[in-house]
Design a protein around this ligand. Structure first.
Ligand SMILES: Cc1cc2nc3c(=O)[nH]c(=O)nc-3n(C[C@H](O)[C@H](O)[C@H](O)COP(=O)(O)OP(=O)(O)OC[C@H]3O[C@@H](n4cnc5c(N)ncnc54)[C@H](O)[C@@H]3O)c2cc1C
Length: 382
Protein backbone atom coordinates (compact mmCIF):
# COMPACT_ATOMS: atom_id res chain seq x y z
CA UNK A 1 0.00 0.00 0.00
CA UNK A 2 1.46 3.38 -0.95
CA UNK A 3 0.32 6.75 0.36
CA UNK A 4 -0.39 9.51 -2.17
CA UNK A 5 0.09 13.24 -1.57
CA UNK A 6 -3.45 13.52 -0.15
CA UNK A 7 -2.55 10.98 2.54
CA UNK A 8 -4.69 8.09 1.26
CA UNK A 9 -3.16 4.65 0.71
CA UNK A 10 -3.63 2.61 -2.48
CA UNK A 11 -2.53 -0.89 -3.43
CA UNK A 12 0.35 -1.06 -5.87
CA UNK A 13 1.06 -4.28 -7.76
CA UNK A 14 4.68 -5.41 -7.87
CA UNK A 15 4.92 -6.29 -11.56
CA UNK A 16 7.99 -8.47 -10.90
CA UNK A 17 6.01 -10.77 -8.63
CA UNK A 18 2.60 -10.58 -10.34
CA UNK A 19 1.56 -13.85 -12.03
CA UNK A 20 -1.40 -12.22 -13.79
CA UNK A 21 -4.02 -14.40 -12.07
CA UNK A 22 -6.48 -11.47 -12.05
CA UNK A 23 -7.65 -12.30 -8.51
CA UNK A 24 -7.11 -8.76 -7.21
CA UNK A 25 -9.49 -7.45 -9.87
CA UNK A 26 -12.01 -10.23 -9.20
CA UNK A 27 -12.26 -9.31 -5.50
CA UNK A 28 -12.29 -5.52 -6.02
CA UNK A 29 -15.58 -4.06 -4.79
CA UNK A 30 -15.01 -0.94 -6.86
CA UNK A 31 -15.02 -3.06 -10.04
CA UNK A 32 -17.68 -5.59 -8.96
CA UNK A 33 -20.09 -3.90 -6.54
CA UNK A 34 -22.83 -5.92 -4.84
CA UNK A 35 -26.50 -5.11 -5.49
CA UNK A 36 -28.33 -2.52 -3.40
CA UNK A 37 -30.78 -3.90 -0.78
CA UNK A 38 -33.59 -2.37 1.25
CA UNK A 39 -33.61 -3.09 5.00
CA UNK A 40 -36.00 -5.69 6.45
CA UNK A 41 -36.66 -3.54 9.49
CA UNK A 42 -35.83 0.03 10.56
CA UNK A 43 -35.63 1.02 14.23
CA UNK A 44 -34.91 3.98 16.49
CA UNK A 45 -32.82 2.68 19.40
CA UNK A 46 -31.49 3.86 22.79
CA UNK A 47 -29.16 1.68 24.89
CA UNK A 48 -30.51 1.29 28.48
CA UNK A 49 -26.94 1.63 29.81
CA UNK A 50 -26.46 5.40 30.17
CA UNK A 51 -22.67 5.20 30.67
CA UNK A 52 -22.19 3.27 27.44
CA UNK A 53 -24.55 5.59 25.59
CA UNK A 54 -22.59 8.66 26.72
CA UNK A 55 -19.32 7.09 25.43
CA UNK A 56 -20.96 6.21 22.10
CA UNK A 57 -21.61 8.54 19.19
CA UNK A 58 -25.35 8.04 19.05
CA UNK A 59 -27.58 5.47 20.77
CA UNK A 60 -24.87 2.97 21.76
CA UNK A 61 -26.29 0.12 19.69
CA UNK A 62 -22.83 -1.03 18.52
CA UNK A 63 -22.00 -2.03 22.11
CA UNK A 64 -25.21 -4.04 22.60
CA UNK A 65 -24.48 -6.22 19.56
CA UNK A 66 -20.75 -6.51 20.31
CA UNK A 67 -21.25 -7.50 23.97
CA UNK A 68 -23.53 -10.35 22.92
CA UNK A 69 -20.86 -11.72 20.56
CA UNK A 70 -18.18 -11.58 23.30
CA UNK A 71 -20.51 -13.31 25.80
CA UNK A 72 -20.97 -16.09 23.20
CA UNK A 73 -17.16 -16.56 23.13
CA UNK A 74 -16.63 -14.60 19.92
CA UNK A 75 -14.33 -11.79 18.79
CA UNK A 76 -15.24 -8.25 17.69
CA UNK A 77 -13.37 -6.19 15.08
CA UNK A 78 -13.64 -2.40 15.22
CA UNK A 79 -11.74 0.87 14.84
CA UNK A 80 -9.40 2.27 17.51
CA UNK A 81 -6.61 4.84 17.81
CA UNK A 82 -3.01 3.65 17.47
CA UNK A 83 -0.12 5.18 19.45
CA UNK A 84 0.18 8.06 16.93
CA UNK A 85 -3.58 8.82 17.23
CA UNK A 86 -4.19 7.54 13.71
CA UNK A 87 -7.03 5.01 13.32
CA UNK A 88 -6.72 1.30 12.64
CA UNK A 89 -9.02 -1.73 12.65
CA UNK A 90 -8.23 -4.33 15.31
CA UNK A 91 -10.04 -7.00 17.35
CA UNK A 92 -10.88 -7.77 20.96
CA UNK A 93 -12.41 -10.72 22.78
CA UNK A 94 -13.12 -8.91 26.04
CA UNK A 95 -16.01 -6.64 27.08
CA UNK A 96 -13.53 -4.08 28.43
CA UNK A 97 -11.68 -4.08 25.08
CA UNK A 98 -14.85 -2.78 23.40
CA UNK A 99 -14.42 0.66 24.97
CA UNK A 100 -11.58 1.48 22.52
CA UNK A 101 -13.93 0.85 19.59
CA UNK A 102 -16.73 2.99 20.98
CA UNK A 103 -17.26 6.39 19.38
CA UNK A 104 -16.84 7.52 15.78
CA UNK A 105 -13.34 8.45 14.68
CA UNK A 106 -13.62 10.68 11.65
CA UNK A 107 -10.45 9.52 9.89
CA UNK A 108 -9.95 6.67 7.42
CA UNK A 109 -9.04 3.56 9.44
CA UNK A 110 -6.28 1.27 8.17
CA UNK A 111 -7.64 -2.21 7.49
CA UNK A 112 -4.15 -3.65 8.24
CA UNK A 113 -4.26 -7.48 8.27
CA UNK A 114 -7.70 -7.74 9.91
CA UNK A 115 -9.33 -9.58 6.97
CA UNK A 116 -6.82 -12.43 7.28
CA UNK A 117 -7.19 -12.49 11.08
CA UNK A 118 -11.00 -12.62 10.81
CA UNK A 119 -10.79 -15.49 8.30
CA UNK A 120 -8.60 -17.47 10.70
CA UNK A 121 -11.10 -17.05 13.57
CA UNK A 122 -13.98 -18.00 11.26
CA UNK A 123 -12.24 -21.14 10.06
CA UNK A 124 -11.58 -22.10 13.69
CA UNK A 125 -15.33 -21.88 14.32
CA UNK A 126 -15.26 -18.72 16.48
CA UNK A 127 -18.08 -16.21 16.20
CA UNK A 128 -16.84 -13.01 14.56
CA UNK A 129 -18.47 -9.59 14.49
CA UNK A 130 -16.70 -7.36 11.98
CA UNK A 131 -17.63 -3.65 12.11
CA UNK A 132 -16.38 -0.93 9.79
CA UNK A 133 -17.26 1.43 6.97
CA UNK A 134 -19.56 0.04 4.24
CA UNK A 135 -16.58 -0.28 1.85
CA UNK A 136 -14.55 -2.17 4.48
CA UNK A 137 -17.44 -4.61 5.00
CA UNK A 138 -17.92 -5.07 1.25
CA UNK A 139 -14.15 -5.63 0.95
CA UNK A 140 -14.26 -8.29 3.67
CA UNK A 141 -17.10 -10.19 1.93
CA UNK A 142 -15.20 -10.14 -1.37
CA UNK A 143 -12.00 -11.25 0.37
CA UNK A 144 -13.69 -14.19 2.14
CA UNK A 145 -15.62 -15.11 -1.02
CA UNK A 146 -17.69 -17.51 1.09
CA UNK A 147 -20.68 -17.28 3.48
CA UNK A 148 -19.85 -18.08 7.10
CA UNK A 149 -22.72 -18.78 9.56
CA UNK A 150 -20.47 -17.58 12.40
CA UNK A 151 -19.83 -14.14 10.81
CA UNK A 152 -21.92 -11.05 11.60
CA UNK A 153 -21.08 -7.84 9.75
CA UNK A 154 -22.07 -4.37 10.96
CA UNK A 155 -21.47 -1.16 9.02
CA UNK A 156 -22.72 2.39 9.49
CA UNK A 157 -24.30 5.02 7.30
CA UNK A 158 -21.16 6.73 6.05
CA UNK A 159 -20.73 10.30 4.94
CA UNK A 160 -17.16 9.54 3.78
CA UNK A 161 -13.73 9.12 5.38
CA UNK A 162 -11.27 12.01 5.77
CA UNK A 163 -7.56 11.99 5.00
CA UNK A 164 -5.20 10.60 7.69
CA UNK A 165 -2.60 13.16 6.52
CA UNK A 166 -4.88 16.15 7.20
CA UNK A 167 -5.77 14.63 10.59
CA UNK A 168 -2.04 14.22 11.42
CA UNK A 169 -1.29 17.81 10.36
CA UNK A 170 -4.22 19.09 12.44
CA UNK A 171 -3.01 17.23 15.55
CA UNK A 172 0.56 18.48 15.07
CA UNK A 173 -0.78 22.00 15.04
CA UNK A 174 -3.19 21.96 17.97
CA UNK A 175 -1.77 19.49 20.42
CA UNK A 176 1.57 18.00 19.54
CA UNK A 177 4.63 19.57 20.97
CA UNK A 178 7.40 18.19 23.10
CA UNK A 179 5.71 19.02 26.40
CA UNK A 180 2.18 17.89 25.57
CA UNK A 181 1.01 14.27 25.62
CA UNK A 182 -2.41 13.56 24.15
CA UNK A 183 -4.41 11.30 26.46
CA UNK A 184 -7.79 10.99 24.74
CA UNK A 185 -9.80 12.29 21.78
CA UNK A 186 -13.57 12.42 21.38
CA UNK A 187 -14.99 13.47 18.03
CA UNK A 188 -18.54 13.32 19.37
CA UNK A 189 -18.43 14.54 22.95
CA UNK A 190 -21.97 15.07 24.30
CA UNK A 191 -21.29 17.70 27.05
CA UNK A 192 -23.43 20.23 25.14
CA UNK A 193 -25.88 17.59 23.95
CA UNK A 194 -25.83 15.03 21.14
CA UNK A 195 -26.99 17.42 18.43
CA UNK A 196 -24.49 20.18 19.20
CA UNK A 197 -21.66 17.71 19.67
CA UNK A 198 -18.14 18.85 20.56
CA UNK A 199 -14.70 17.83 19.38
CA UNK A 200 -12.76 17.29 22.63
CA UNK A 201 -9.08 16.47 23.08
CA UNK A 202 -7.38 15.88 26.44
CA UNK A 203 -3.63 16.27 26.95
CA UNK A 204 -1.20 16.38 29.85
CA UNK A 205 1.51 18.97 30.27
CA UNK A 206 3.81 19.17 33.32
CA UNK A 207 1.65 16.60 35.12
CA UNK A 208 -1.52 18.67 34.67
CA UNK A 209 -4.41 17.65 32.43
CA UNK A 210 -5.97 20.12 30.02
CA UNK A 211 -8.50 19.86 27.26
CA UNK A 212 -9.38 21.59 24.01
CA UNK A 213 -13.10 21.58 23.27
CA UNK A 214 -15.01 23.15 20.40
CA UNK A 215 -18.44 22.71 18.92
CA UNK A 216 -18.22 20.80 15.62
CA UNK A 217 -19.34 23.89 13.70
CA UNK A 218 -16.34 25.84 14.99
CA UNK A 219 -13.65 23.18 14.97
CA UNK A 220 -11.32 23.44 11.94
CA UNK A 221 -10.96 19.70 11.37
CA UNK A 222 -14.68 18.94 11.79
CA UNK A 223 -15.61 21.81 9.47
CA UNK A 224 -13.28 20.46 6.79
CA UNK A 225 -14.75 16.94 7.22
CA UNK A 226 -18.39 18.03 7.23
CA UNK A 227 -17.85 20.39 4.25
CA UNK A 228 -16.59 17.45 2.15
CA UNK A 229 -13.20 19.12 1.64
CA UNK A 230 -10.97 16.25 2.76
CA UNK A 231 -12.73 12.95 1.94
CA UNK A 232 -11.17 10.06 0.04
CA UNK A 233 -11.89 10.45 -3.72
CA UNK A 234 -13.83 7.14 -3.85
CA UNK A 235 -16.26 8.48 -1.21
CA UNK A 236 -17.56 10.92 -3.81
CA UNK A 237 -18.58 7.91 -5.92
CA UNK A 238 -19.29 5.36 -3.19
CA UNK A 239 -20.24 1.90 -4.46
CA UNK A 240 -21.01 0.44 -1.01
CA UNK A 241 -23.99 2.58 -0.04
CA UNK A 242 -27.66 1.60 0.32
CA UNK A 243 -27.18 -1.94 1.56
CA UNK A 244 -24.65 -2.89 -1.12
CA UNK A 245 -21.96 -3.61 1.49
CA UNK A 246 -23.85 -6.86 2.32
CA UNK A 247 -23.75 -6.04 6.04
CA UNK A 248 -26.25 -7.79 8.34
CA UNK A 249 -26.89 -4.62 10.35
CA UNK A 250 -26.33 -0.92 9.58
CA UNK A 251 -26.11 1.63 12.40
CA UNK A 252 -26.42 5.41 12.20
CA UNK A 253 -27.52 8.57 13.96
CA UNK A 254 -31.26 9.11 13.97
CA UNK A 255 -31.13 12.79 12.99
CA UNK A 256 -34.71 14.05 12.80
CA UNK A 257 -35.81 11.95 15.81
CA UNK A 258 -37.25 15.05 17.51
CA UNK A 259 -39.68 15.43 14.61
CA UNK A 260 -40.44 11.76 13.89
CA UNK A 261 -40.55 10.29 17.42
CA UNK A 262 -40.08 13.08 20.01
CA UNK A 263 -40.61 10.57 22.85
CA UNK A 264 -37.31 8.89 21.79
CA UNK A 265 -35.31 12.14 21.90
CA UNK A 266 -33.56 13.34 25.07
CA UNK A 267 -30.58 14.85 23.17
CA UNK A 268 -28.24 12.20 24.62
CA UNK A 269 -28.15 10.16 21.40
CA UNK A 270 -30.66 8.06 19.48
CA UNK A 271 -29.42 5.42 17.09
CA UNK A 272 -30.95 4.40 13.79
CA UNK A 273 -30.71 0.69 12.98
CA UNK A 274 -31.30 -1.08 9.68
CA UNK A 275 -31.73 -4.83 10.00
CA UNK A 276 -30.57 -6.09 6.61
CA UNK A 277 -30.74 -9.88 7.04
CA UNK A 278 -32.36 -12.62 9.14
CA UNK A 279 -28.99 -13.18 10.78
CA UNK A 280 -28.91 -9.51 11.77
CA UNK A 281 -32.37 -9.87 13.27
CA UNK A 282 -31.33 -12.92 15.30
CA UNK A 283 -28.32 -11.09 16.80
CA UNK A 284 -30.19 -7.93 17.79
CA UNK A 285 -31.17 -8.23 21.46
CA UNK A 286 -33.83 -5.55 21.85
CA UNK A 287 -34.29 -6.30 25.57
CA UNK A 288 -31.15 -4.18 26.17
CA UNK A 289 -32.65 -1.02 24.71
CA UNK A 290 -35.61 1.26 24.31
CA UNK A 291 -36.74 1.03 20.69
CA UNK A 292 -39.40 2.00 18.19
CA UNK A 293 -40.05 0.81 14.65
CA UNK A 294 -39.74 3.67 12.19
CA UNK A 295 -39.92 4.37 8.46
CA UNK A 296 -36.83 4.43 6.23
CA UNK A 297 -38.15 7.45 4.33
CA UNK A 298 -38.74 9.44 7.54
CA UNK A 299 -35.23 8.73 8.77
CA UNK A 300 -33.47 9.32 5.46
CA UNK A 301 -35.03 12.78 5.01
CA UNK A 302 -32.82 14.08 7.82
CA UNK A 303 -29.60 12.19 7.19
CA UNK A 304 -27.40 13.43 4.31
CA UNK A 305 -25.27 10.28 4.61
CA UNK A 306 -28.30 8.31 3.40
CA UNK A 307 -28.68 10.35 0.29
CA UNK A 308 -26.85 9.79 -2.94
CA UNK A 309 -23.09 10.23 -3.04
CA UNK A 310 -21.38 13.17 -1.37
CA UNK A 311 -20.30 15.98 -3.69
CA UNK A 312 -16.69 17.22 -3.35
CA UNK A 313 -16.24 20.73 -1.98
CA UNK A 314 -15.45 23.13 -4.82
CA UNK A 315 -11.98 23.82 -3.36
CA UNK A 316 -11.01 20.20 -2.67
CA UNK A 317 -8.50 19.98 -5.55
CA UNK A 318 -6.97 23.33 -4.67
CA UNK A 319 -6.70 22.37 -1.00
CA UNK A 320 -4.66 19.23 -1.69
CA UNK A 321 -2.59 20.96 -4.38
CA UNK A 322 -1.23 23.45 -1.84
CA UNK A 323 -1.36 21.54 1.46
CA UNK A 324 2.37 20.72 1.47
CA UNK A 325 3.26 24.40 1.06
CA UNK A 326 0.89 25.60 3.77
CA UNK A 327 2.47 26.53 7.11
CA UNK A 328 -0.74 25.93 9.03
CA UNK A 329 -3.44 23.56 7.89
CA UNK A 330 -6.05 25.37 10.02
CA UNK A 331 -5.38 28.62 8.11
CA UNK A 332 -5.65 26.75 4.82
CA UNK A 333 -8.99 25.23 5.88
CA UNK A 334 -10.29 28.70 6.76
CA UNK A 335 -9.22 30.00 3.36
CA UNK A 336 -10.69 27.11 1.38
CA UNK A 337 -14.03 27.12 3.16
CA UNK A 338 -14.61 30.76 2.26
CA UNK A 339 -15.37 30.55 -1.47
CA UNK A 340 -15.44 33.71 -3.56
CA UNK A 341 -18.73 34.92 -4.98
CA UNK A 342 -17.79 33.67 -8.47
CA UNK A 343 -17.07 30.18 -7.07
CA UNK A 344 -20.45 30.22 -5.38
CA UNK A 345 -22.10 31.05 -8.72
CA UNK A 346 -20.26 28.23 -10.46
CA UNK A 347 -21.32 25.77 -7.75
CA UNK A 348 -24.89 27.00 -7.94
CA UNK A 349 -24.87 26.43 -11.70
CA UNK A 350 -23.82 22.83 -11.20
CA UNK A 351 -26.56 22.33 -8.59
CA UNK A 352 -29.21 23.78 -10.87
CA UNK A 353 -28.58 20.98 -13.40
CA UNK A 354 -30.96 18.93 -11.23
CA UNK A 355 -33.81 21.36 -12.01
CA UNK A 356 -35.91 20.76 -15.10
CA UNK A 357 -34.35 22.07 -18.29
CA UNK A 358 -36.60 25.11 -18.71
CA UNK A 359 -36.02 26.26 -15.14
CA UNK A 360 -32.33 25.70 -15.59
CA UNK A 361 -32.23 27.89 -18.70
CA UNK A 362 -33.98 30.68 -16.81
CA UNK A 363 -31.59 30.48 -13.85
CA UNK A 364 -28.64 30.29 -16.19
CA UNK A 365 -29.78 33.42 -18.06
CA UNK A 366 -30.27 35.35 -14.81
CA UNK A 367 -26.83 34.42 -13.60
CA UNK A 368 -25.23 35.41 -16.90
CA UNK A 369 -26.92 38.81 -16.60
CA UNK A 370 -25.66 39.17 -13.05
CA UNK A 371 -22.12 38.30 -14.09
CA UNK A 372 -22.32 40.92 -16.86
CA UNK A 373 -23.38 43.49 -14.28
CA UNK A 374 -20.54 42.44 -11.99
CA UNK A 375 -18.10 42.96 -14.85
CA UNK A 376 -18.94 46.64 -14.77
CA UNK A 377 -17.82 46.81 -11.18
CA UNK A 378 -14.14 47.17 -10.29
CA UNK A 379 -14.09 44.69 -7.41
CA UNK A 380 -16.08 41.59 -8.43
CA UNK A 381 -16.13 40.24 -4.85
CA UNK A 382 -18.03 43.29 -3.56
C1 LIG B 1 -16.25 8.31 8.98
C2 LIG B 1 -17.63 8.17 9.52
C3 LIG B 1 -18.70 8.77 8.86
C4 LIG B 1 -20.02 8.62 9.34
N1 LIG B 1 -21.06 9.24 8.68
C5 LIG B 1 -22.32 9.12 9.17
C6 LIG B 1 -23.45 9.75 8.50
O1 LIG B 1 -23.30 10.43 7.48
N2 LIG B 1 -24.68 9.57 9.03
C7 LIG B 1 -24.89 8.81 10.17
O2 LIG B 1 -26.04 8.71 10.60
N3 LIG B 1 -23.86 8.21 10.80
C8 LIG B 1 -22.59 8.33 10.33
N4 LIG B 1 -21.56 7.70 10.99
C9 LIG B 1 -21.86 6.76 12.08
C10 LIG B 1 -22.14 7.42 13.42
O3 LIG B 1 -21.16 8.41 13.65
C11 LIG B 1 -22.12 6.41 14.58
O4 LIG B 1 -20.93 5.66 14.55
C12 LIG B 1 -23.23 5.45 14.51
O5 LIG B 1 -24.40 6.18 14.66
C13 LIG B 1 -23.15 4.35 15.59
O6 LIG B 1 -23.17 4.86 16.83
P1 LIG B 1 -23.32 3.96 18.15
O7 LIG B 1 -23.67 4.93 19.23
O8 LIG B 1 -24.22 2.80 17.95
O9 LIG B 1 -21.93 3.30 18.39
P2 LIG B 1 -20.47 3.87 18.52
O10 LIG B 1 -19.86 3.28 19.72
O11 LIG B 1 -20.40 5.31 18.38
O12 LIG B 1 -19.88 3.19 17.19
C14 LIG B 1 -18.63 2.88 17.00
C15 LIG B 1 -18.58 1.99 15.78
O13 LIG B 1 -18.04 2.72 14.71
C16 LIG B 1 -16.83 2.08 14.29
N5 LIG B 1 -15.91 3.12 13.83
C17 LIG B 1 -15.60 4.30 14.44
N6 LIG B 1 -14.74 5.00 13.70
C18 LIG B 1 -14.49 4.28 12.59
C19 LIG B 1 -13.65 4.46 11.46
N7 LIG B 1 -12.90 5.55 11.28
N8 LIG B 1 -13.62 3.48 10.52
C20 LIG B 1 -14.34 2.35 10.66
N9 LIG B 1 -15.16 2.13 11.72
C21 LIG B 1 -15.23 3.08 12.67
C22 LIG B 1 -16.34 1.32 15.51
O14 LIG B 1 -15.50 0.27 15.16
C23 LIG B 1 -17.67 0.82 16.04
O15 LIG B 1 -18.12 -0.26 15.28
C24 LIG B 1 -20.24 7.85 10.53
C25 LIG B 1 -19.16 7.26 11.20
C26 LIG B 1 -17.86 7.41 10.71
C27 LIG B 1 -16.71 6.75 11.46
Amino acid sequence: MLEDNEGFSYPVVDKNLCVDCGLCEKVCHELKPYERRTPLRVLAVINHDENIRSESSSGGIFSIIAEQIIKDGGVVFGAKFDNQWQVTLDYTDSIIGLSEFRGSKYVQARTANTYAMAEKFLKNGRKVMFSGTPCQIAGLHHYLNKQYDNLLTVDFVCHGVPSPKVWGRYLDEVARDTNKVISSIEFRNKDNGWKLFNFKLFYTENDNTYFISSCHQQNHYMRAFLSDLILRPSCYDCKAKHGSSMSDITIADYWGISKNHPEMDDDKGTGLVFVNSDKGNAYLDLSKCKYKDTKYSDASNHNPGLGNVTKPHMNRKKFFAVIDDADRVCDLIDKMLKPTIIQRFADFLVDTKDLCYKQWLKVNKTIKLLILQFNNVDNMDC
